[in-house]
Design a protein around this ligand. Structure first.
Ligand code: SAH
Ligand code: SF4
Ligand code: F3S
Length: 481
């Protein structure tokens, strides 16, 4: 098959006028985010600290929150001691994540004794849970403000109310509203940016709380997304990561037939050098999406394709909507069409009723797919989800042992896959000095491998050819050519 078959002839839905709208037009249309004079000076000589947990959607929300705080005149600090406002942007996906947040808020309680005006805010997915709100009301008097995932844009107003009245405020919307555009953003990285393409999830996998905390699927309009990618690029961005809980469903709620493919092509046509997306669903993968990945070299050959389990019976009870055979077929097809592609995945062990034999089927699938890396989790019952009420919950010791065995397989393949890169040349977007050692750079290759490398000064922000000289399980080392 020709690799340039559709690239130039593909006709996109008309989004150009939408993408070219002026700030005034957008404000007139959406008009929901406005700061009044009082809010604009609220943060003068004050600092905020934000701690974000969870997935990239939350990270992107954290960037919006930081953007709003800076517009109000606050400056960001990494030091909890000197913060006037502490914001905990939380995740509810597993109980451990929730316990961690409560532990942290408990530990920081003393800050209020030293500086009673310090304000504690909780937002993010935990804020959408009724049980969490009740716990905060009962046990955490230090929390002053709670807002949810559907009303981020209300932060300036809510915070000014709390600062003025010194009264605790809880405002959480149970229903998602319309998509709010043009909120401020403080991007955490200059060269790589997250762009939400849709919010929420309609899949209701039986273990998962996300559809309850994030609401129904709502896609942003293509023009709005394209405009954000162009802005990112104008500000020095070279890579965009398109975000959604299930990006393949993009545009369905807007009546688009093949919305995700259209969007990928529109993103590629902005000329941004690298495009990634996160996460894909194995059940909605269209052939045209695969073709777009072939047609546009800026769409990176690295796919996060969560499988969760290697057992048909477990997948059925998880309501994932595909079988192991279907997953393998899609996996093989992608590999055949895009030979350099790498795969990462998410896996859950100890789902209710998972037998040892079913767990072994997961190991078999891991050995078949030889994933480059994976997030592996012990099943965590989430109140209100169907799986939490299923019989045969698995004891924690069994989950621990399974997770250990699974991780042994995953680590083995991570290292094996990396071995193939020795002495090869990879193209890396240099993000700057490595966190661990300022004398080396770090960045990600097209295949999304973490690469630490040496090279001359001035490579930050460049896309660099790197020769790999040493391989580890979770990173590659090399030198810039
Ligand atoms: N929308 C993404 C996943 C978001 S949650 C997708 O479907 O691909 C990220 C991961 O957390 C999931 O893929 C799953 O592996 C894990 N997860 C979700 N709920 C969980 C639970 N109750 N216990 C353990 N892991 C869970
Ligand atoms: Fe959760 Fe499933 Fe939606 Fe992913 S697709 S967010 S796992 S319900
Ligand atoms: Fe966590 Fe919410 Fe993301 S529950 S994984 S932060 S959507």
């Amino acid at each position: 098959m020709s690799t340039k078959k559709n690239a130039d002839t593909y006709i996109l839905p008309d989004h150009k006028a939408e993408a070219a709208r002026s700030k005034e037009q957008i404000e007139a249309e959406y008009g929901l985010f406005q700061l009044n004079n009082a809010m604009e000076t609220l943060g003068k000589d004050r600092k905020f600290y934000i701690r974000t947990y969870g997935c990239q959607a939350n990270v992107r929300d954290g960037e919006t929150i930081a953007g709003m705080m800076e517009q109000m005149g606050f400056t960001e600090t990494q030091d909890t001691e000197e913060a006037d406002v502490l914001i905990f942007n939380t995740c509810a996906v597993r109980k451990a994540a929730e316990d961690h947040v409560f532990g942290e808020i408990g530990m920081l309680k003393g800050l209020k004794d030293k500086k009673p005006d310090t304000i504690f805010c909780i937002c993010g997915c935990m804020a959408q849970e009724e049980s969490v709100i009740n716990t905060i009301l009962k046990k955490y008097p230090q929390v002053d403000l709670v807002f949810g995932t559907h009303n981020l844009y209300r932060l300036p107003d809510l915070l000014s109310q709390v600062m003025k009245t010194r009264k605790r405020k809880i405002e959480v919307f149970s229903e998602q509203g319309r998509v709010i555009e043009d909120l401020p953003v403080k991007r955490s990285q200059k060269f790589k940016g997250f762009v939400d393409i849709m919010y929420g999830c309609n899949k209701f996998c039986t273990y998962c709380i996300v559809p309850y905390t994030r609401g129904k699927e709502r896609s942003r309009r293509m023009g709005d997304i394209v405009r954000e990618i162009k802005q990112l690029k104008e500000n020095g961005g070279r890579e965009v990561v398109l975000l959604g809980q299930n990006v393949n469903a993009y545009g369905k709620d807007l009546g688009m037939e093949d919305g995700f493919t259209d969007l990928l092509i529109a993103a590629a046509r902005t000329g941004i050098e690298r495009i990634r997306f996160y996460s894909s669903s194995p059940r909605d993968y269209s052939e045209t999406t695969i073709q777009a990945m072939i047609d546009y070299s800026s769409i990176m050959p690295a796919l996060h394709l969560p499988v969760q389990s290697g057992s048909d019976e477990v997948l059925r009870r998880m309501a994932r909507g595909y079988t192991v055979e279907e997953y393998k077929k899609l996996f093989d097809r992608l590999k055949q069409m895009i030979p350099s592609i790498t795969f990462t995945t998410d896996l859950i062990v100890g789902f209710p009723g998972e037998t040892d034999a079913q767990f072994r089927e997961t190991l078999d699938l891991v050995d078949y797919c030889k994933f480059d890396s994976a997030f592996s989790f012990k099943y965590s019952p989430r109140e209100g989800t169907p799986a939490a009420a299923m019989p045969d919950q698995i004891p924690d010791e069994v989950k621990d042992a399974r997770l250990q065995e699974l991780n042994d397989h995953l680590n083995h393949w991570a290292k094996e896959n990396n071995k193939a890169y020795l002495h090869k040349i990879v193209r890396v977007l240099c993000e700057g000095p490595s966190r661990k050692n300022a004398a080396v750079y770090s960045g990600y290759s097209e295949e999304n491998k973490l690469v630490n490398f040496t090279g001359p000064e001035g490579l930050t922000g460049q896309i660099v050819d790197v020769e790999i000289t040493e391989v580890r399980s979770f990173s590659l080392n090399g030198r810039a050519l």
